[in-house]
Write a protein that binds this ligand. Structure first.
Ligand code: ADP
Length: 334
């Protein structure tokens, strides 16, 4: 598993908990979202009502779970956590909803992966604060209406476009999280170092920020690996030298590309003259599954202007050649 995957693994969630901002003021960046959400929450507090349902969309590791926790904390309400894939039957959702109290916040991660029957129950619960619980099967089945105290649903999705319209429409407030700027990631690294009790120099944190792919989760993970290096091989201070040495060891380069990313670019440029080449051919050449190349490596390369997806295949951009320190053959980029 690469050091620059944006998803968390099981163990990491526990480590991350210590680094989570607890209030909106502690959240770094996302200025507009913070302001808008702050207003929604403050207004609800003044009216003594539960806030509207909130949809948070954006790539993994940008702070959706963190914001859900903050919403609950700012409303002094308990947070219940579940996820779309955990809601396979309507009954799974009914069980959660029937245990809710007024004002509770329900966080549904990966809400776009909720199974159809649960999703339909969710529509009704969000809109009318009631659900129909079906008892029995076949012709003898009866629907028993169940009232639910007003609650706030916070849904998170990496793919807002995949959400069915009726579900999307039931959120009163939608926030789209964007990738972070290096200066913001730099602040996050320094804040985390503080919480971990690690000393970090200015150029040390900047180096980590620059390799973090715009993603706080990755920034925090790289910081932990550099800290290891600094503690074992040096005096424990996260310096520029420590950051470079540790991240070179893990094969995360200056732009945050890992071995697979560079492998894809390398094969594309050196073996296929910069393309266009089909993704399957590219995958075979780097010795990976097609899906891995398409879903793991390509999004970041495309976002960073290193690779283009064209109808005729994948093409290396001039920036890709430059990144590898190669000269593009004449006629590329036409
Ligand atoms: P998501 O739910 O979008 O995958 P998380 O909320 O779990 O992301 O955030 C991943 C990690 O990054 C957490 O440890 C969190 O503390 C940190 N993080 C995310 N956004 C911010 C932010 N704006 N400021 C500081 N830390 C952040």
């Amino acid at each position: 598993r690469s050091l620059v995957t944006a998803e968390a693994d099981g163990d990491e969630r526990a480590v991350e908990a210590a680094l989570r901002p607890r209030t909106l003021d502690e959240v770094v960046g996302q200025q507009r979202v913070r302001e808008q959400l702050g207003l929604v929450l403050e207004a609800a507090r003044r009216r003594e009502r539960t806030p509207d349902h909130v949809l948070l969309s954006g790539p993994p590791g940008l702070g959706k779970t963190t914001l859900a926790m903050i919403i609950a904390a700012e409303m002094s309400a308990p947070l219940r956590l579940t996820s779309g894939p955990a809601l396979t039957h309507a009954g799974d959702l009914a069980a959660i909803l029937s245990g809710m109290n007024e004002g509770d916040v329900l966080f549904v991660d990966e809400i776009h992966r909720t199974a159809r029957p649960a999703e339909e129950m969710l529509y009704m619960a969000m809109e009318d604060f009631r659900v129909d619980v079906v008892i029995g099967k076949g012709p003898g089945a009866t629907a028993i209406p169940l009232e639910i105290p007003p609650f706030t649903l916070v849904g998170a999705t990496t793919r807002a476009g995949l959400l069915p319209g009726p579900l999307r429409d039931r959120f009163g407030f939608t926030a789209h999280l964007e990738f972070y700027e290096p200066a913001e990631l730099d602040l996050i690294v320094r804040r985390s170092a503080d919480l971990l009790g690690v000393e970090v120099t200015r150029d040390g944190s900047a180096e980590i920020a620059g390799r973090s792919r715009g993603t706080p989760r990755i920034a925090n993970r790289l910081l932990r690996r550099v800290r290891d290096w600094a503690q074992v091989r040096a005096d424990g201070v996260v310096t520029l030298e420590a950051a470079r040495a540790a991240l070179d060891l893990y094969e995360v380069d200056e732009s945050g590309l890992d071995r697979l990313d560079r492998g894809v670019l390398d094969v594309l440029c050196r073996r296929f003259g910069g393309g266009p080449v089909g993704v399957s051919t590219l995958a075979v050449a780097v010795g990976e599954e097609r899906e891995t190349v398409e879903e793991v490596a390509e999004p970041f390369l495309v976002r960073n202007g290193l690779l283009a997806r064209t109808p005729r295949g994948r093409v290396a951009t001039p920036a890709a050649w430059a990144h590898l320190g190669l000269t593009p053959p004449p006629g590329t980029g036409d």
